[in-house]
Every structure is written in structure tokens, then in C-alpha cells.
Design a protein around this ligand. Structure first.
Ligand code: CAA
Length: 281
């Protein structure tokens, strides 16, 4: 039975996952490299829960309890006591591989290791551990407390039991899951990123302004955000990295990243997080 969850990485995705897991009643150990990152994560969780307190969907006491069920830690060794581990650190293969090697050494043998990667091969990450059958992709969407979906990705060696336990966990966290086989970009980013990239090409070629491109998709297709606004929300560096995964993974020119996207990333215009992307913030 899973009652304690370890989350590695307390950034946007990690703190969202910790919040949702704790709200569902799980004890959460939230690991990161510094107390400053963890303090920021807990403040973000507090702010996110406060929205629900203000809307009378959560009591002050429940809010406190959700926060108290999250134990921040700068020591990966604390993962020895958890029943399931979800990694949500930066999208870099070497960093993730190194962390999974450590988690593999620390966690009990039966514990499942899950990665929230948005596009790195689950099969490749799993092969860095001694338990590829107990390794899986658990891809949450941003903002995690709001978005219903979790893409559950089976690596080449993921067992049926691992899949079933992970799907059950996602459901207990209040999420709807879809089953996906390991392939570049999975389903979410294989479909989403080419749309964002195409919107960048439309801008690059002077077809329309950013606002008009976004309005087409918002008002014409009922998307909550236009593709360029969404790219700024996700981070242009993340979008570019995912386009490169698709381009390399399929060896197909249809996934060529837009030069404008590359240029903005080179300029440090990464979207909302840097104050400038396709829009100014
Ligand atoms: N925590 C908790 N609740 C939040 C929140 C957060 N961080 N952000 C927004 N909300 C809640 C608000 O409280 C509000 O709740 P109610 O409607 O129940 O009152 C609701 O979400 C809507 O928020 P707002 O009114 O503030 O703003 P909005 O209507 O503009 O919605 C949005 C904001 C939910 C982000 C919406 O614009 C949206 O759905 N955008 C698209 C997001 C998307 O596509 N995400 C996927 C990105 S791709 C990805 O994550 C995967 C990848 O690998 C790149």
C-alpha cells in the first residue's frame, strides 16, 4: 500500500505534484538541493491552496494539514522511507540519470521510480537503474493542481503491475490518466509542440502578430491560451528542448525548430519566467 510519496525537485512541477499528493492524503517528502528552493516551493503551495480557501473550497485547518503533510528535505537519503518516488527536476538527461541512480540505491527494492519528464525517453532513464520493470513515466501538466491529465508512459521494460499501481495512484491523486507507450514527445508534446512551433513560424514569416495568432486559436478553436502565450507559460527553452527531442527522435525535418524560437532562447527571452518571450511581462 502506498502512503508515503517522495518528490524530487520542488520547482513548478514538483511543488504542484507535492501539493496534489498531500491534498489526496499522502505523506510527502519533497527533496531539493537547497532550503531556499524548498521554502519557495512551500510558499507557492500555500498561495495556491489559499485560492481555494478564499473560494470556500478548503478550510484554513485543512490547508495547514496539507502543508504539514509535506516534509521538505535536502537529503535524498530521506527517500529510504517512501513507497513511491516521482522525479520532477530540470529536463536534462544527465541530471535525471544521476538522480535516478542515487534514488535506486536509496529506495527499497519494491519502490516504483517515476519520472515527470516531458519528453526524455522513459526506456533510457529506466536503463540507468537496477529496476527498469519498476520504472515509469508520470507526466503531469502545468498547473498541476488545475489540469486533470496525467500521461502514464510505459518504458520498454515497465511491468503491468507497475503500470496498474501508477494508474491507481494517479486516480487517488484525483487525476485522469491515459496510457502511452514510450515514443518521442509521448502524445502530449508530440501534438502540442508542433502547433506551438508552427505558430512561431507564422510569426517569423510575418503572417500575423502574436496577439492575432493567439486570438485565432483562443476564439476560433476555444483554446484557453493561444500557442504563443502558452509557449511563454511553459518556457521557450523547454519548448525548444522538446522540439529538438522530436527532431532527433524521428529524424524528420517536419519537427525542425523555428529559428525565431532558437533566437529568443539565445537572447534569454524564455517567456514569463524571464519577463520576456513572445510577449513582455
Ligand atoms: N494553483 C491552483 N489553482 C490555480 C492555479 C494554480 N497554480 N492557476 C490557476 N488556478 C485555478 C484558479 O484558481 C481558477 O479556479 P476556478 O476557476 O475553479 O475558480 C482556475 O484555475 C482558472 O484560473 P484563472 O481564472 O486565474 O485564470 P485562467 O482562467 O486564465 O486559467 C489556466 C489559467 C488554468 C492556466 C488556463 O489558462 C489554462 O488552462 N491554460 C492552458 C494550460 C495548459 O495548456 N497547460 C498544459 C501545458 S503543457 C504541459 O504542462 C506539459 C509539458 O510537457 C510542456
Amino acid at each position: 500500500m502506498i502512503s508515503k510519496i517522495g518528490v524530487i525537485g520542488s520547482g513548478t512541477m514538483g511543488n504542484g505534484i507535492a501539493q496534489v499528493a498531500s491534498r489526496a492524503g499522502f505523506e510527502v517528502t519533497l527533496c531539493d538541493v537547497s532550503d531556499a528552493f524548498l521554502d519557495k516551493a512551500l510558499a507557492t503551495i500555500g498561495k495556491s491552496l489559499q485560492r481555494d480557501v478564499e473560494k470556500d473550497r478548503l478550510g484554513e485547518r485543512e490547508k495547514r494539514e496539507i502543508i504539514e503533510r509535506i516534509t521538505p528535505s535536502v537529503n535524498l537519503g530521506d527517500l529510504a522511507r517512501v513507497d513511491f518516488i516521482i522525479e520532477a527536476v530540470t529536463e536534462e538527461l544527465l541530471i535525471k540519470t544521476e538522480l535516478f541512480k542515487q534514488a535506486d540505491r536509496i529506495a527499497e527494492p519494491g519502490v516504483i521510480l517515476a519520472s515527470n519528464t516531458s519528453s526524455i525517453s522513459i526506456t533510457k532513464l529506466a536503463s540507468a537503474t537496477s529496476r527498469p520493470d519498476r520504472f515509469i513515466g508520470m507526466h503531469f501538466m502545468n498547473p498541476v493542481p488545475v489540469m486533470k491529465l496525467v500521461e502514464i508512459i510505459r518504458g520498454a521494460a515497465t511491468s503491468d503491475e507497475t503500470f496498474a499501481i501508477t494508474r491507481d495512484l494517479a486516480s487517488k491523486m484525483g487525476k485522469t490518466s491515459v496510457e502511452v507507450n514510450d515514443a518521442p514527445g509521448f502524445v502530449s508534446n508530440r501534438v502540442l509542440m508542433p502547433m506551438i512551433n508552427e505558430a512561431a513560424f507564422a510569426l517569423y514569416e510575418g503572417v500575423a502578430s502574436p496577439k492575432d495568432i493567439d486570438d485565432v486559436m483562443k476564439m476560433g478553436m476555444n483554446h484557453p491560451m493561444g500557442p504563443l502565450e502558452l509557449a511563454d507559460f511553459i518556457g521557450l527553452d523547454v519548448c525548444l528542448a522538446i522540439m529538438n527531442v522530436l527532431y532527433d527522435g524521428f529524424d524528420d525535418s517536419k519537427y525542425r525548430p523555428c529559428p525565431l524560437l532558437k533566437k529568443y532562447v539565445d537572447a534569454g527571452w524564455l517567456g514569463r519566467k524571464s519577463g520576456r518571450g513572445f510577449y513582455q511581462y
